[in-house]
Structures are given as structure tokens and as C-alpha cells.
Design a protein. Structure first.
Length: 254
């Protein structure tokens, strides 16, 4: 459920909302933070969480901070979390309800930050929305047990506890965003899980179609022994992402 074995093409095909959100994260970081393109730098200034600006009527800032991040490590960590925990929910809930859960929880986190945070507080990041996904999973665990098995439920509970502990002990964390994002996901749970289906590895079934009936002799099969890039490249990318995340986490402690 949370262990990703899809190829890059399969991931985009079966989880288009998650893939699009990650693409937005990467694009905005590349254009605004890395390349410093003036238009996108200004866009981030207009879209970040700013309690004073929100109080002055710039209410779009209750949604837009979800898409921006403060640096490479922040962007990678949130995007990788979405890669791991978003696909199952997108398939189970459907595209529309998944997007409602994600944006709704992020909105709840930003509202909580606006109401309880200091007036001068600035914030960005998808963490509140991602905590909201955990809120939906927690609702499943306690109200719709048929949607998630015990092993995956234990993973969710463990990661949620670790995430909450880290929220309070790590510096520069939007505590309000995390807590209210989680609460928002729990509150949206009854709505978005209505009609939800259990997660299935649909991509594997699509690959197997016709495989048993297409057995035949290929005279050129011995000439095709090349590096299996389609299988190797996604694993290499995920491995590099893990290394970058670990490096980013350690970099915050040292």
C-alpha cells in the first residue's frame, strides 16, 4: 500500500493528482528558489503564508502556501511523503475526493496558523495537507477498518506519532499547520471516505493482461540484453531522493 513499485510511467498514469502536485512543487522550487526567475520569486511572495497580509484581505494565502517550499530539503521531504502516502488514497477515494481532502486539510492548517499564530508569522509548505492525509487514514483505522489492513494501520499510527513528536521538537516548524491539518483530515474523513474502495495494485494487473497468451519465440531475444533502464532508473531516482531527504534531515540537526 505504501511501498512504491510502479514505474515512472505507471505512477503518472494511475496517480495523476499526486503526480501533478509533485510536479508543481518541483516547478515552483526550480523557477523561484533555484533559478530565481523574477516572476516566480514575486509569485512566491504573493503566495506565501503571511498572517498580516491575510488579515488585510489577501485570503488566497490560506491555500497558496501549500504549493511553495522553503528550500530543496523542505520540498523533497514533503514531495517524497506525498509519493509514499498519497497514491493509495487517490485510488481509494477517487481524484476529486482526494483533492478535496488534500486541499481542505491544507486550508484547515493555514486557517489554524492564521487564527493562532503571531501576526508577523510567515510560512510555506505542504506539511499541513500531508498531515491531513494521515488524518483521513486515522479515520479509516477507527471508523472504516475494512479499508485498511492491520499492518498498514500500524505504519500510519507509527508515522503519525513520529511526525507529531518531531513537530514539537524540531525548530522552524509550523506547529499550527501540522495540528490543524491533521484535524482537518479527520473532519473530512466521513465525507471523502464515502464510497471509498480498498486499495489494489491495479498497475500490476494491467501489465499482466495478455501475458499468458502471448508466449512465442523471439529470434532476436539474445540480442536484447541491454541495461534495463526502465526498471533501473525509477529505483535510482527513489534512492537518490531518500539520500537527499536523509541529508536534509541531518543538516537540520548539525
Amino acid at each position: 500500500m505504501f511501498f512504491r513499485t510502479e514505474s515512472f510511467q505507471d505512477f503518472i498514469r494511475f496517480y495523476p493528482i499526486v503526480a501533478t502536485l509533485i510536479g508543481i512543487h518541483i516547478f515552483l522550487w526550480l523557477t523561484g528558489d533555484l533559478l530565481q526567475i523574477s516572476y516566480f520569486v514575486q509569485l512566491e511572495r504573493l503566495g506565501n503564508g503571511n498572517n498580516l497580509a491575510t488579515a488585510d484581505g489577501e485570503y488566497w494565502r490560506l491555500i497558496t502556501p501549500i504549493f511553495f517550499h522553503a528550500g530543496l530539503a523542505h520540498m523533497i521531504f514533503n514531495s517524497f511523503s506525498l509519493v509514499l502516502f498519497g497514491p493509495a488514497l487517490e485510488q481509494m477515494l477517487g481524484k476529486g475526493k482526494f483533492l478535496l481532502a488534500y486541499l481542505g486539510a491544507g486550508f484547515a492548517g493555514n486557517v489554524g496558523t492564521f487564527l493562532l499564530g503571531p501576526d508577523y508569522y510567515l510560512h510555506v509548505g505542504a506539511s499541513g495537507a500531508i498531515f491531513g492525509l494521515f488524518g483521513v487514514y486515522l479515520y479509516m483505522i477507527y471508523a472504516k477498518k475494512h479499508l485498511i489492513d492491520q499492518a498498514n494501520a500500524q505504519i500510519v499510527l507509527t508515522i503519525t506519532v513520529i511526525g507529531l513528536v518531531m513537530t514539537f521538537i524540531r525548530p522552524n516548524i509550523n506547529i499550527y499547520g501540522h495540528i490543524f491539518g491533521l484535524i482537518g483530515g479527520l473532519a473530512l474523513g466521513p465525507i471523502v471516505t464515502s464510497g471509498a474502495k480498498t486499495f489494489t495494485m491495479s498497475f500490476s494487473r494491467s501489465r499482466r493482461r495478455g501475458s499468458d497468451s502471448d508466449i512465442g519465440f523471439d529470434p532476436n531475444r539474445w540480442n536484447k540484453r541491454r541495461i534495463p533502464w526502465r526498471r533501473f532508473l525509477p529505483k535510482f531516482i527513489w534512492g537518490m531522493l531518500v539520500i537527499l531527504i536523509i541529508a536534509g534531515l541531518f543538516g537540520r540537526f548539525f
